[in-house]
Design a protein around this ligand. Structure first.
Ligand code: AMP
Ligand code: ZN
Length: 478
């Protein structure tokens, strides 16, 4: 199959580049995954929706995709710059559970959330399954690039060329902080191995040449990407915060281990943040600072997960996206319209998308996707395709299916009833509403409009909007 051209923004060069696969016909992608010590918030999910959309675009462009999203179940400290406590151990202590149980629980929640967002299932290797390989990697770079302190084995960032070029600045988070490790040669130096202090034990610890302990966080991504995708591989993704510390550190490790100036991946891509300004605070939505929004919190308010996916797709992945309930509500309404239009095509069989009437829209869609995943425009092309009149339904369906394969909104699997989620706070059950509506229809048939209006008003008072003339009949007022 011939491949379509994709132009992608490479954070390393800060410019658009044409995707050239390393292995013909294949695309190998690595995405930094979650630290499974807590729920992921919807900001985190933006990173995986972006990576999934990239993967879908690569498949649409004709490549066989291998996609890895690792699970960090050990090693991540409360600061990315390797200071503070171990996130997993801390969460386990707080919950009175084992770190292994905590990890298994939150990994499951994470995978369930991805499924609800229609993220295609990638490979999910766990850091704890690669500790031996991390130790081997540490041994291979120790002599030329590392030094030992009592607290572990540290990477000396001055031993590799151009450290921090991805960030365009050497970050010295950690400097001046109380947790800064005594004896580090450079503020940006980071742990490859964290030796357990004598007299203490960690729940998760392994023997190593540097004493019993646990790996640093950055090393796992270098090791797992090399093991599962080979170095160099095609595309590495993550949230924009990783451009500053985690990815520069991965690159330094790759340079040291691969004895190369190259970074280990051809293209580094970063999604911008979902921000929450409702509290008057400008800043990132953070799960470490108290209250945060999970996907379940959205569902509890009656918003379907795919409305959140659509909210993300409405913005370019490199733009900041502001979270508001109104914005999410508008995305849900837009999704409903699309699903309604798609429902009309459900009876139509499989056709071919090749039809002159759709050629300009398929072209518009292709140009948008190829232009660094311009999903806002791609969505418009899809809606315009749904609106084309006087055309064979099977052709239209084929066109929309082709586009939705990239956007992942599941338009033909969803129905409007699926999108009508009962808010957790709702007073009424669906059966009670339906029963009221039967009473109301009877009243209307008997021309008893006073009763009919009273039922409508009563339902409205309980958050239910009656919709005459609409086959769905009623909706939750969100
Ligand atoms: P973590 O579990 O903290 O390692 O984060 C998982 C992923 O979510 C990483 O790729 C982060 O860069 C990304 N991320 C964190 N916060 C946000 C946010 N508010 N918006 C978008 N992506 C985020
Ligand atoms: Zn990573």
């Amino acid at each position: 199959m011939t491949q379509r051209t994709l132009s992608l923004f490479n954070s390393l060069t800060r410019s658009l580049e044409t995707f050239e696969p390393i292995h013909p016909g294949e695309a190998r992608v690595y995405t930094c995954g979650p630290t499974v010590y807590n729920y992921q918030h919807v900001g985190n999910m933006r990173a995986y929706i972006f990576a999934d959309t990239l993967g879908r675009a690569l498949r649409w462009a004709g490549y066989d995709l291998t996609h890895v999203v690792n699970i960090t179940d050990v090693g991540h400290l409360t600061s990315d710059a390797d200071a503070g406590d171990d996130k997993m151990e801390k969460a386990a202590a707080k919950a009175g559970k084992s770190a292994w149980d905590i990890a298994a629980h939150y990994q499951q929640v994470f995978e369930d959330d991805l499924a609800r967002l229609n993220v295609r299932k990638p490979q999910h290797p766990k850091a704890t399954d690669y500790v031996e390989a991390m130790i081997e990697w540490g041994k291979s770079i120790e002599e030329k690039h590392c030094y030992r302190l009592e607290s572990g084995l540290y990477f000396d960032v001055s031993t590799v060329p151009d450290y921090g070029r991805l960030a365009r600045a050497v970050t010295d988070e950690g400097e001046g902080r109380i947790e800064t490790v005594e004896g580090k040669r450079n503020a940006a130096d980071f742990a490859i191995w964290r030796t357990t202090p004598s007299g203490e034990t960690r729940q998760m610890e392994w023997d190593s040449p540097w004493g019993r302990g646990a790996p640093g966080w950055h090393i796992e991504c270098s090791v797992m990407s090399a093991e599962l995708l080979g170095h160099p591989f095609d595309i590495h993704t993550g949230g924009i915060d990783h451009r500053e510390i985690h990815h520069p550190n991965e690159i330094a490790q790759n340079q040291a281990h691969n004895c190369s100036e190259k970074s280990g991946a051809n293209i580094w891509m970063h999604n911008n943040f979902l921000v929450d300004r409702r509290s008057g605070e400008l800043g990132k939505m953070s799960k470490s600072s108290g209250e945060f929004l999970t996907l379940q919190a959205l569902v509890d308010r009656g918003f379907h997960p795919l409305a959140y996916r659509l909210l993300c797709l409405q913005a370019h992945y490199r733009s900041e996206l502001e979270f508001t309930w109104d914005g999410l509500g508008a995305a849900l309404t837009r999704l409903k319209r699309m699903v309604m239009a798609a429902e009309r095509l459900k009876e139509d069989g499989a056709g071919s998308p090749e039809h002159p009437k759709f050629a300009p829209l398929r072209e518009k869609f292709a140009v948008a996707v190829s232009d660094d995943l311009n999903t806002p425009i791609a969505l418009v092309a899809l809606e315009e395709a749904l609106a084309v009149k006087k055309v064979d339904g099977s052709v239209k369906r084929a066109v929309v299916e082709e586009m939705d394969a990239v956007l992942g909104l599941e338009l033909f699997a969803l129905s409007r009833t699926d999108l009508r989620l009962r808010p957790a706070s709702a007073e009424l059950r669906e059966e009670e509403i339906e029963a009221q509506l039967v009473r109301r229809r009877e009243a209307r048939a008997a021309k008893d409009f006073a009763t009919s209006d009273a039922i409508r008003a009563e339902l409205a008072g309980k958050g239910v909007e009656v919709m005459d003339g609409d086959p769905l009949g009623w909706e939750w007022a969100l």
